[in-house]
Design a protein around this ligand. Structure first.
Ligand SMILES: Nc1ncnc2c1ncn2[C@@H]1O[C@H](COP(=O)(O)OP(=O)(O)O)[C@@H](O)[C@H]1O
Ligand SMILES: [Mg+2]
Length: 230
């Protein structure tokens, strides 16, 4: 489902070149739950931007569902993002004054789906993500951090994506809430979703089935997580 071959990313700022990825290759099958872990500056966000079709590699190949994403132009990349990828971010990225329901419906706004259909889809995704029904009409700024992240997960599911990409999704949460959110990802994994989660914390990575460690732009280790506890 995902195949990366020798991904290289070089950032150029004036005369300064930074090689953020130095030839990264891996395979992710449908239904896998993978954590990508590494210290700050190791290239995690760079990799996530490429996987999420937010940026292109300098060289190397990235295939998603058989399509070579690394060769696409900006418009084509935006189509991939819209149709194939569900994003969950550290900062939740919800509209604070909009209701829970509206936040989840939002990605469907320009897809020609009727208001009623959008609402039904959003309700389905919120239930699926385990959000309390009583909060559906609350504004998102009235929620706890854990609830906000559940809403963000529901929103990520609304376009029925091929992969869910989560960049430090527990970065703004306390330990206990982090674990609850990670259990929500495990639940999605059990239901067959493909999840790639970026983190710098070993404890968070251990919620995933497979852990890829990156350091200085290369993969240091790629192994099944023996401590996987579902
Ligand atoms: N837009 C950019 N321009 C120049 N250098 C960058 C840019 N983004 C990231 N880098 C550099 O690339 C390396 C990897 O960064 P990043 O992918 O953000 O790592 P991580 O997410 O693991 O902290 C770092 O040395 C960082 O300074
Ligand atoms: Mg980062």
């Amino acid at each position: 489902m995902i195949e990366c071959k020798n991904l290289v990313k070089i950032y150029k700022n004036g005369d300064v070149e930074t090689m953020a990825l130095k030839g990264v290759s891996f395979h992710i099958e449908e239904g896998e739950f993978v954590a990508i872990i590494g210290p700050s500056g190791s290239g995690k966000s760079t990799l996530m931007h490429i996987l999420g079709a937010l940026d292109s590699p300098t060289s190397g190949e990235y295939f998603l569902d058989g399509q070579e994403v690394s060769k696409l132009n900006d418009d084509e990349l935006s189509e991939i993002r819209k149709n194939k990828i569900g994003f969950v971010f550290q900062a939740f990225n919800l509209l604070p004054r909009a209701t829970v329901l509206r936040n989840v419906m939002l990605p469907l706004l320009y897809t020609g789906t009727s208001q009623q259909e959008r609402e039904e889809q959003a309700i389905k995704c919120l239930r699926y993500a385990g959000m309390e029904e009583s909060k559906f009409h609350n504004r998102s700024n009235q929620l706890s951090g854990g609830q906000m992240q559940r809403v963000a997960i529901a929103r990520a599911l609304i376009n029925n994506p091929s992969i869910i990409l989560a960049d430090e999704p527990t970065g703004n949460l306390d330990t206990k809430t982090s674990h609850v959110v990670m259990q929500a990802f495990q639940e999605l994994h059990r239901k067959g979703h493909t999840i790639i989660l970026i983190t710098h914390e070993q404890e968070i990575a251990e919620f995933a089935r497979r852990i890829i460690s990156v350091r200085d732009g290369v993969i240091e280790k790629d192994a099944i997580n023996e401590k996987y506890h579902a």
